[in-house]
Design a protein around this ligand. Sequence first.
Ligand code: URA
Length: 482
Amino acid sequence: MMALEHARPASDYVVDLPEADDFELWRERARALVQCAVAPDRIAWVEPGGSGDLFAASAAQAGQGIPVPPADARLVRANRRFVSLARNAILHSDPGRFALLYRLLWRLQSTPGIMEDRADPDVRRVEELDKAVRRDSHKMHAFVRFRLVENADDEAREHYVAWFEPEHHILRANAGFFMRRFANMRWSILTPRGSLHWDGTTMSEGPPAQRSDAPGGDPMEDLWRGYYASIFNPARLKVGAMLKEMPKKYWKNMPEAALIPELVAGAQKRESAMVEKGALEFEERPATLAAIGKAIHACRKCPIGQLDNHAVMGEGPQDAALMIVGEQPGDQEDQAGRPFVGPAGQLLDAHLEKVGIDRRAAYVTNAVKHFKYVQRGKRRLHQNPGAKEIDTCRWWIESERAIVRPKLVLAMGASAARGLLGKTVSISRVRGQPIALEDGSELWVTAHPSYLLRLDGTAREEQARLFDADLAAVRARLSELA
Ligand code: URA
């Protein structure tokens, strides 16, 4: 097959990209161009709304100007690092990004190791674009605020609308995050680059919006404000850091930001008052488990809450005598929205059954409410929460305890023990004996079932025996307390 390349003047390949964020289409077109040996400086990439270049006007349809690769064309080389950076960098608003990525792809054909050369200006630039896009997505996760709108269409379901101004083309790429996070809400996110609408089952896209299309103050705003005021910790107040994390640009869209000057002004006073009370913590606890369940979804007090995950609430009878506390939800728990349903949960169930503890009669929860992980390809690998993250989350476990009021709390693993005690203890030193908690209940500490899962052979048998012995002691103590 003859490449159409020869039919056109040397520098007039106009590649029309109908969507500014469509990596797959860019990749398809870039591959064809590389296979036809079209050098980077002979291509003009045109995106919607972009000024394009002189050739753009003559490109009437998407794809016009793309040469057809010969049937025996060589495969195009692109290593994993390039693809993962390019996928993200293409969302940047820099109009030169398509040409940059093509230039890199072109160079990769003859210099496969180029992506490892951090001094290369093209590699450096693509890394910068990737970083800026990730930062923009992070801001969107953290600063989108939904406001309740009146139901003009008489539908029973409440509709929440948020206004956000992304710097880059990140809206579509983040649709999944908001869909999973706010799955049961009907919501719209309006931006100057387009809008997203979720009705609980279907996601649809809409045109760009204006700030005036989004609502102003409303009860949801009050809820956010109340929540923010309650989590505002004057002891941690660092105005510089706050400004860096929450640039003023976003303040106008965030109802709680209206409180900032007031909170900052009152911080010193509040801090002394709190120190006097001996409690540097939040002010008012949610009164019901359902309220905790709702509030933890909005919690972004630590970086774990800003990952693409769900908060997992404890479950079990509200008057359970036994509360079992793990570390944090794992991948499966995050997806199921329930604690201890994955491999560690199955092992726990087997041991509980062996010693005669009915899991259904216990309240099962975690010290940390969100799944902390690092992404490795398609897998999300578990990461231990840090001491600060566990301490931040203590607010929730304490709130659960204040409602359930268990007679006995079983903490499994060092993170759970820290979540209950506020300090790190050695499991081998404290296991198998009660520790008095300030509300009169007893804390018992044992190993985490995941620890057993990581062992094998005699080490596993030995730890399983100790685990059973701890559980049996808990069961015996529960009978005494009944
Ligand atoms: N590990 C935990 O600590 N908690 C869970 O819910 C699951 C695994």
